[in-house]
Every structure is written in C-alpha cells, then in structure tokens.
Design a protein around this ligand. Structure first.
Ligand code: ZN
Length: 344
C-alpha cells in the first residue's frame, strides 16, 4: 500500500500558479498534465472546469467530489493620472490583508509586471495620523507599478489596461513543525489533497463501488463554481473546501472539518452521519462545525438544480481569505476521509 499521503511539492507548485477567478487557464493546464501523467480520463467544460472520473463497479451512480482552482485576486479598474492603478476586488477579503503586498499584473498580451499594492497614503512620515486612520476601503488603495512610468500613456505602452488581472504574492512557507502558511490554501490545499487521493487510488488500484468524479471548479469564489458539469448520476456531492478554525469555532488546523451548516442552511444529515462513521471506523481525526458566513460549491450545485445528498469537508484553514495557515495533518486527515469513504 502506498502510505505517503502528503508531499508538499504539488501544493507548493499549485500555490505558485496565479489563478484568480476568471484567470484559471494555467491551473487547468497544470491539472491536465498531472492527470495525463496519472493516466486518468477527464473532460473540460466550456466554462473551464475539469471533471475527472474513476470508474467503479457500478456506473449507474456516482459520487462527485469538488474542489475549486480559482482564488481571490483583483482586476485593474483604472489607470490613474499619477500612473498608478486602481483595482476592484475579485472575491471577498479584507483590504488590510493585502496591504503592502507584492502583485503581478497580467496583461492581455501575456506580459507580467510586478508592483505593490499600497494605500494612497502609504508613508507615515508624509501623512502621519491620516495614513493610520485612512479607511481600509478598496478605493483607498492603488498599485505602484515597478516600472519607470510617469504618465498614463507610459502605462498603456507597457500593455497594461483596465480589466487586467492582478494576482497577489502567496508568501508560501512550510515550517519544520508542519505548518503551511500561504494565501489561497483555500482551496488549493484541497486541490492538492484530491490530486494525492487520485494518485493513491491509481497506485493501489482501488476499484470503488460506484463511479467517483472529481470536479475542479473555477468560479467558486464568486458563487457559481459547481453550478454546471456535475454528472447526472451523482447521488452524493461532497465539496472539499476549507474548514474555519478560530475563536468560538469547533474546527481545527489538525483535523478534517465537516460542516453541518453554513449561511445557506444545514448540510445533508444522513450523509454527514456516513462521513462521521467513516472517520470513527478508520481512526480519522475530525471536527464538526458551523460556518455562519460561508457558502460552498455544494450550494452552487443545489441552486443550479442538482438532486443529490450534499456535504462539505476539508482542512481547517486559519485566517481564511487572509494570510492563511493550516497544518499538514489537516490535509492528511482530509485525504484519509476521502479515500476511506471511496473504499467503504
Ligand atoms: Zn474555498
């Protein structure tokens, strides 16, 4: 049996591929290459999602797992007269969490330029308390481009224009103590987990009782990720996305988190029972929790008309949508639950 559940290489590689919602082509190419190497069938939707299937003994029904390849990011909304760039947010995050961050501006002709996201009053020596008290609102931020530009035309000459995608430095670190710190562990930790699961199933030649689909969605952060491309024979849909450890939460960075209710209401009671039983039978460390400000790809699927039992599981990601952190064990427990559930 292959027992190595975690190798940080895949996670580090995918965290390194900028993929704000709407700009996920490079992530898609990466997945295609990985799945080709593992000799697994897949298809790609018009919208840019990827669906891989492992055939089971019974192909009349299937279980679909999803993880999203898109992340938060920004888009250029204006080339300002001072030759800096205003942005508009992609996805929901606090502006202070990206303040002072290095960015890449991706132009439509394939060029990449570096810059920094600063407030419009970035120096305490110039603006004093005004700099401190400035409202951390998107309109008070601008990208300072690391090119010698002094007027808007200089910026346009580089190929930078309104509508360009902006990605933030992920600042990925893996500590000796097993913590992973990075932007966009939501949901790339789960994408890495699923790629490990697929490799595990292939290496160990596991034949599931029914077909198993893995849907890699690409518009989750804006709400309509898994709204299409789910096979009709899906009887259970399990979104693999982050859990939320923090003050007054039951989740942790060490266990697989199982969400019982989020902002859209309760998840399927019976399916959660099955997942909890699977954890108990296989000594998998799990935590049940509730996330009042969360919506997942399971909801996107349900709102699009899917008729299946649905659940949400995943690694516990601290400081979600900020500079996030989890522990390797949380990803491993998530992988174990997926594998054990597929085998059960
Ligand atoms: Zn997510």
């Amino acid at each position: 049996m292959e027992n190595n559940y975690f190798d940080s290489k895949i996670l580090e590689e995918i965290l390194n591929i900028p993929s704000p919602t709407g700009y996920t082509k490079n992530m898609l190419n990466y997945l295609q290459k990985e799945l080709d190497n593992m000799n697994l069938e897949y298809k790609i939707s018009n919208k840019g999602a990827l669906l891989a299937t492992i055939k089971g003994k019974d192909s009349n029904k299937s279980i679909t797992f999803s993880a999203h390849i898109d992340t938060l990011g920004a888009i250029v909304s204006q080339v300002k007269s001072n030759s800096r760039l205003s942005i508009n947010q992609i996805g929901g995050y606090m502006m202070n969490s990206v303040e002072g961050e290095n960015v890449i501006i991706h132009t439509r002709n394939g060029k990449k330029y570096e810059g920094t996201l600063q407030t419009i009053k970035p120096s305490i020596h110039i603006d004093g308390n005004d700099a401190k008290d400035l409202k951390r609102d998107c309109k008070n931020y601008e990208i300072v481009i690391d090119e010698q530009v002094s007027e808007p035309q200089d910026v346009y000459n580089l190929g930078i224009e309104v509508g360009n995608i902006v990605s933030f430095d992920t600042r990925t670190r893996i500590t000796k103590s097993g913590f992973i710190k990075s932007r966009y562990l939501d949901d790339k930790a789960s994408v890495a987990a699923i790629l490990h699961v697929i490799r595990y199933i292939k290496l160990n030649d596991i034949k599931p009782k029914c077909d198993i689909n893995f849907l890699f969605s690409n518009y989750e952060e804006v709400g309509h990720g898994a709204s299409s491309f789910i096979p009709d024979n899906t009887v259970e849909f399990i979104a693999v996305d982050m859990g939320c450890p923090g003050e007054n939460q039951n989740s942790s960075e060490y266990d697989v988190c199982i969400c019982t209710k989020d902002s859209n209401g309760p998840y399927d009671y019976e399916l959660i029972n099955k997942l909890v039983d699977t954890c108990k039978e296989n000594n998998i460390n799990y935590k049940l929790d509730i996330y009042p400000n969360y919506g997942s790809d399971a909801t996107a699927a349900l709102k699009a008309g899917m008729d299946a039992r649905f659940a949400l599981i995943g690694p516990g990601i601290f400081a979600s949508h900020g500079y996030e952190r989890t522990h390797i064990s949380s990803i491993i427990e998530t992988e174990k639950l997926i594998i054990s559930y597929i085998k059960s």
